[in-house]
Design a binder for this molecule. Structure first.
Ligand code: 3PG
Length: 400
């Protein structure tokens, strides 16, 4: 946005597409990382006298208003962070948005309601998306794209709107892309990638790409059981994506032939029951070797031997990228694996990048200092798709 600021934005209506998709528990924000991440861009524009219109999605409402997905709590938090009143429009392009924007004075900020309350935002139909983008364009003079977490979505506010207005990338997008470039174009080796999270199907494309880039791939979380199963182990009632087993076998063979170290858990915390995430009552589990998960139990975290093994694989890395929790970290009894990986990143001298909403939230809720990491990305799917080498609609639109 430096060029934009140099040209002058005083009195201009600047539309900032942010990603304020923060986790909420009964209307309370449990992690405001994404709001803090975009705050500098908004503050700079406001300081320069722009009339700032902040827009975002939250959750996945189905194209109509759903109170549980209102951006009102995020708008209030943004106001607290900025230390100023932030106006809130209760619709996206209706009378409330128009009036709120018209009432903005220089240097003031307004947030409009969840963009996904309008079906045009996520429509696969170009004309429908375009029509919504036309309406959004009427609200503003200039577009600033800074919702890094959503740049992989071909949505009206991400992809179509910048076509309709003079546009620039915000500071957050510039930082995020700068960091991810270091992992793709000029990575320092050894390059170690830790992949967790529930579903292997979400990570297939990135694993495919990383088999040609990373030196070591450490696997954990729910997706590990599909790998263990592919290796011929019984996994009890653990999360298993049977339809992905052949693909995973292919990856394991490819890793072997290309010399990429693909490391799987050697021990597991297994239980007959999924833990109580609300009351957090103590869990009952046993620690078992990864090839001895009992038939009536499911794996819920990596065990102590695996934590040590993974920490040793991280210790001599020059670059580490970590995406996805290693276990059900939301319960204290199964947070140990995720905590051990976060600690290993903190202890290493490597350039460390944490990607993905869940791992970023885990790092903060487990009490780690964000500054102890090289970079904590606000993008989950977006950072993975960037690493896959895909063209991201929201970045392409800003370049055009
Ligand atoms: C995210 O949480 O990864 C982004 O906000 C994108 O959300 P989406 O997956 O619902 O498009």
């Amino acid at each position: 946005i430096d060029e934009l600021l140099a040209e002058g934005v005083k009195g201009k209506r600047v539309f900032v597409r942010a990603d304020l998709n923060v986790p909420l528990a009964e209307g309370t924000i449990t992690d405001d990382g994404r709001i803090r991440a975009v705050q500098p861009t908004i503050a700079k524009l406001a300081e320069a006298g722009a009339r700032v219109i902040v827009a975002s999605h939250l959750g996945r409402p189905k194209g109509a208003p759903e109170p549980a997905f209102s951006l009102a709590p995020a708008a209030a938090r943004l106001g607290e962070l900025l230390g100023t009143d932030v106006a809130f429009a209760t619709d996206t392009v209706g009378s409330s948005a128009k009036e709120t924007v018209a009432a903005l004075t220089d240097g003031k900020v307004a947030v409009i309601e969840n963009l996904r309350f309008n079906a045009g935002e996520t429509s696969k139909d170009d004309a429908e998306r375009g029509a919504f983008a036309d309406q959004l364009a009427e609200l503003a003079d200039v577009y600033v794209g800074d919702g890094f977490g959503a740049v992989h979505r071909k949505h009206a506010s991400v992809f179509d709107l910048p076509e309709r207005l003079p546009h620039a990338a915000g500071q957050l997008i510039a930082t995020e892309v700068g960091v991810l470039k270091k992992l793709t174009d000029e990575v320092k080796r050894p390059y170690v990638v830790v992949l967790g999270g529930a579903k292997v199907s979400d990570k297939l494309a990135v694993i495919d790409e990383l088999l040609g880039k990373a030196d070591r791939l450490l696997i954990g979380g729910g997706m590990a059981y599909t790998f263990l199963y592919a290796k011929g182990y019984e996994v009890g009632i653990s999360l298993l994506q049977k339809d992905q087993v052949e693909k995973v076998k292919e990856y394991m063979a490819r890793a072997e032939s290309t010399g990429v170290e693909l490391v799987l858990p050697v021990d597991i915390l297994a239980s007959t029951d999924f833990p109580d995430l609300k009351g957090k009552t103590p869990a009952e589990y046993t620690t078992v070797d990864a090839d001895k998960i009992p038939a009536d139990k499911e794996g819920l975290d990596i065990g102590p031997k695996t934590r040590e093994l993974y920490a040793s694989k991280i210790a001599d890395a020059a670059t580490v990228f970590w995406n996805g929790p290693l276990g059900v970290f939301e319960h204290p009894d199964y947070a140990g694996g995720t905590r051990a990986i976060a600690q290993a990143l903190v202890d290493s001298d490597a350039f460390t990048v944490v990607g993905g909403g869940d791992s970023a939230a885990a790092v903060r809720t487990l009490g780690f200092d964000e500054n102890a990491f090289g970079h904590i990305s606000t993008g989950g799917g977006a950072s993975l798709e960037y690493l896959e080498g895909k063209t991201l609609p929201g970045l392409a639109a800003l370049e055009g």
